[in-house]
Design a protein around this ligand. Structure first.
Ligand SMILES: NC(=O)c1ccc[n+]([C@@H]2O[C@H](COP(=O)([O-])OP(=O)(O)OC[C@H]3O[C@@H](n4cnc5c(N)ncnc54)[C@H](O)[C@@H]3O)[C@@H](O)[C@H]2O)c1
Length: 349
């Protein structure tokens, strides 16, 4: 049985990935390493220890802790690493960039070095989970390919770009089997309620205003988290070393159109009045350096890995809204004092 180390497995995408790895990839033992920052939540992994006592282990540690990583690699015969752990929220990176440099750049460097020390002769595969934001912004036309030069705008995307360079350098310099996937915006269950979709659903349910940056005209490209994670597995299993794959589902939406789609969905599923929800829209001052548009061209992954997103957007949005409505306790427990303070700072009273 292969041992797969998943960092950031208590976060949004990581926890969905861990569940998929355990349920659909029986030949793997999954060791989750997570520092449990504000975004990490053990509730996202609830029940897995009981369901998979032999194949699942959780370790609380920081990815910048070289000693903890060395001990883990000494204890476990890790053959694969999928690195999700990161500070992941653009707005927070504008308020406090240093945590992003530490976790995203130093954390990646520390993990790569721990893997290199453990693997020595080139055994093992390391996959870096990256983002389309490293490419910067697009105008009204075109899409990012793997050849698009990196041109990040925010401290978040700059720290992710720095990490990507390290990952490729470890392949070129040491011959390690490293690779990168760069994905567009994810949606689905277990996403921390500071991110657009759960943020809006929670506020619709709670009777709050619905703050939208600028006029809501910025465009984002959306993919269901399960499609993203299927792409990560394909790359882990099929890719050669030193490769980069863009993952996306060709689903571009203006932010305001997404929020309106959510209004329709929440209204339909809860019986709330869509006109009353629409009245709560509040256009707020735009984010500094707000990238205009992102769009991912996934054709290399389609061609070389057989990547095919399965979840149609309307279906995925409907099931996502249903999940947050059914798990109100989950997000209400997260919407804590610290988080409320952050929302106040970000969007005003
Ligand atoms: N969410 C998206 O739409 C999206 C899109 C493309 C790429 N990504 C990338 O996917 C990855 C996961 O994103 P997410 O949205 O699930 O993030 P998240 O914020 O929900 O989860 C991040 C996880 O990493 C952990 N973590 C943070 N700092 C750590 C540290 N120093 N040591 C150990 N653990 C630490 C947190 O506790 C948390 O469990 C990130 O690398 C992100 O850049 C996200």
């Amino acid at each position: 049985m292969k041992t797969l180390l998943v960092t950031g497995g208590a976060g949004f995408i990581g926890s969905n990935f861990v569940r998929m790895a355990l349920s659909e990839h029986a030949g793997r033992r999954v060791v989750v390493l997570d520092g449990l920052t504000y975004a990490g939540n053990l509730e996202n992994l609830e029940g897995l220890q009981e369901l998979y006592p032999e194949r699942y282990r959780f370790v609380r540690a920081d990815v910048t802790d070289a000693q903890a990583l060395a001990s883990l690699f000494a204890e476990e015969a890790v053959e694969e690493v999928v690195h999700f752990a990161a500070e992941s929220h653009v707005d927070r990176s504008i308020l406090g960039p240093m945590a992003f440099v530490k976790t995203n750049v130093m954390g990646t460097a520390t993990l790569l070095e721990a893997a290199r020390q453990a693997w020595g002769d080139g055994r093992g595969r390391y996959l870096q989970v990256s983002t389309d934001e490293v490419y910067g912004a697009l105008g009204d036309a075109g899409a990012f390919t793997e050849e698009t030069p990196l041109d990040p705008s925010s401290p978040y995307s700059a720290s992710k770009a720095g990490a990507d360079h390290l990952v490729l350098a470890y392949h070129r310099t040491y011959g390690m089997h490293t690779l990168i996937t760069r994905c567009c915006n994810n949606y689905g269950p277990y996403q921390f309620p500071e991110k657009l979709i759960p943020f809006m659903i929670a506020r619709m349910v709670s009777g709050d205003t619905l703050p939208v940056y600028g006029r809501g005209e910025n465009v984002r490209d959306w993919i269901h988290v399960d499609d993203h994670n299927r792409g990560v597995f394909l790359a882990l299993e099929k890719s050669g070393p030193g490769q980069v794959y863009n993952l996306g589902a060709r689903c571009e939406l203006r932010n305001i159109d997404l929020v309106r789609a959510l209004i329709r969905e929440v209204a339909a599923q809860t019986g709330r009045d869509p006109v009353e929800l629409e009245r709560r829209l509040a256009f707020v001052q735009d984010r500094p350096g707000h990238d205009w548009r992102y769009a991912i061209d996934p054709s290399k992954a389609v061609r070389e890995l057989g990547f095919r997103p399965r979840v149609a957007f309307e279906e995925g949005l409907g099931s996502t809204v249903a999940w947050y409505l059914a798990h109100e306790g989950w997000w209400r427990r997260i919407v804590s004092g610290e988080y409320l303070e952050y929302v106040r700072k970000q969007y005003g009273a």
